[in-house]
Design a protein around this ligand. Structure first.
Ligand code: AMP
Length: 361
């Protein structure tokens, strides 16, 4: 089986490493040939070489959303999950409108062009969250408006003239959580255990498994996978609001940062299950092997992390992506397993301390 991946970042890197166990070949399409996945794949192609890439692949999947429609046209006949789902995800506006239309619970929002931002924001109590329609991830293109309407001017200047925005209520939440599901072409679905996720300024810092029960959210994920006819993975991120509402923040039809821990904490990782689903193999068990957690290493070079201290803790695994250091860039992560959730919490506390100076987990 020859599998193509659109995007060569860390998600692609881990997919290749996991998928190679089956003897499959992997090809990457990205704007550069120096990405993490390119170092471990069987071939790497830039956007000019899309025809050659397509000729080599039996099936194509993706690890990020920001791919031009032109490229998507070339690969759509081979792509799983479908390009239709990817296109829905490319636009934060279309994604939210879809969810709302189909009756899924989402925060209150309106859609506005730049020139209408003031009146749209005025429809909510402060603070208000403004998100650009496209190219937003890890908190990029997202703005918190706390009575400072002057900020709207900057937002307009930073974006295209006819860009649309989501103007959303600020959800006062107890915590955020996510659930990843895998579905094959026969319609079989397996869900991973939910995780509680901690973000700062829009970027995931760490997450961990939980003993809490999220049966309503699990039904939502299953229903979305069926409605979108997903063959592959779907990650859905939720808010657990203080007023008791369970609201969808966003979804991603691909491997996800909140599922990195499955490499060590589950019978089958999210990466392996993606490969199984799109190549027609039986889905692997998503059962928990042991309580788990994950912490992202953000904006640090290899020299700036204390690998000896990290690895001296029992049950830690380091994954280093080999990317050039940049501010706020995800450079690697550490997976943690423990005897129980308390043990995982303690280990995450220790790692937070080693990496960033104590943040309580
Ligand atoms: P997003 O880019 O939409 O995934 O948002 C990144 C993070 O920003 C989320 O995980 C939340 O921590 C925060 N966030 C996004 N939207 C809202 C909202 N409407 N209310 C409160 N926090 C939000």
């Amino acid at each position: 089986m020859r599998i193509g991946i659109l995007g060569g970042g860390q998600l692609g890197w881990m997919t290749v490493l996991e998928g190679k166990k089956f003897g499959f070949e992997f090809f990457i399409l990205d704007k550069t040939k120096t990405s993490p996945a390119c170092r471990v794949a069987d071939g790497c192609f830039d956007y000019e070489e899309v025809d050659e890439f397509v000729r080599l692949c039996d099936v194509v999947t993706y690890e990020f959303e920001h791919i031009s429609d032109e490229i998507l046209e070339n690969v759509s006949h081979l792509t799983l999950p479908s390009v239709g789902v990817l296109k829905l995800k490319k636009s934060k506006v279309e994604e939210k409108l879809f969810l709302k239309r189909r009756g899924y619970p989402v925060p209150n929002f309106v859609v506005a062009f730049g020139e209408d931002l003031e009146s749209a924001v005025a429809m909510f109590n402060f603070p208000v969250v403004v998100k650009s329609e496209s190219l937003g991830y890890d908190g990029k293109g997202q703005y918190l408006i706390k009575e400072d309407l002057g900020k709207l001017k900057t937002i307009k200047m930073n974006h295209r003239e006819r860009e649309r925005f989501l103007v959303e209520e600020f959800v006062d939440f107890d915590f955020e959580f996510s659930i990843i599901g895998v579905r094959n072409s026969k319609g079989e679905i397996k869900l991973y255990p939910p995780t509680i996720n901690y973000h700062e300024e829009g970027i995931l810092i760490y997450n961990k498994t939980t003993n809490l029960n999220f049966s309503l959210a699990e039904e939502i994920v299953k229903s979305l996978m069926e409605e979108l006819n997903i063959v592959g993975l779907l990650c859905v991120e939720f808010f657990h609001a203080k007023d008791g509402r369970i609201l969808i923040n966003e979804m991603a039809p691909r491997t996800h940062n909140t599922g990195h821990w499955t490499l060590d904490g589950c019978y089958t990782s999210q990466f392996e299950n993606l490969v199984r689903a799109i190549s027609g193999l039986p889905l692997g068990s998503t059962k928990l092997k042991s309580p788990s957690g994950m912490i992202n290493i953000i904006g640090k070079s290899y020299e700036e992390i204390d690998i000896r201290r990290i690895l001296s803790m029992e049950g830690t695994k380091l994954y280093w992506y080999g990317k050039e250091k940049r501010y706020r860039r995800k450079m690697g992560h550490i997976n943690v397993v423990g005897d129980n959730q308390e043990d995982v919490d303690k280990k995450l506390d220790y790692l937070n301390d080693v990496l960033f100076g104590a943040i309580k987990c």
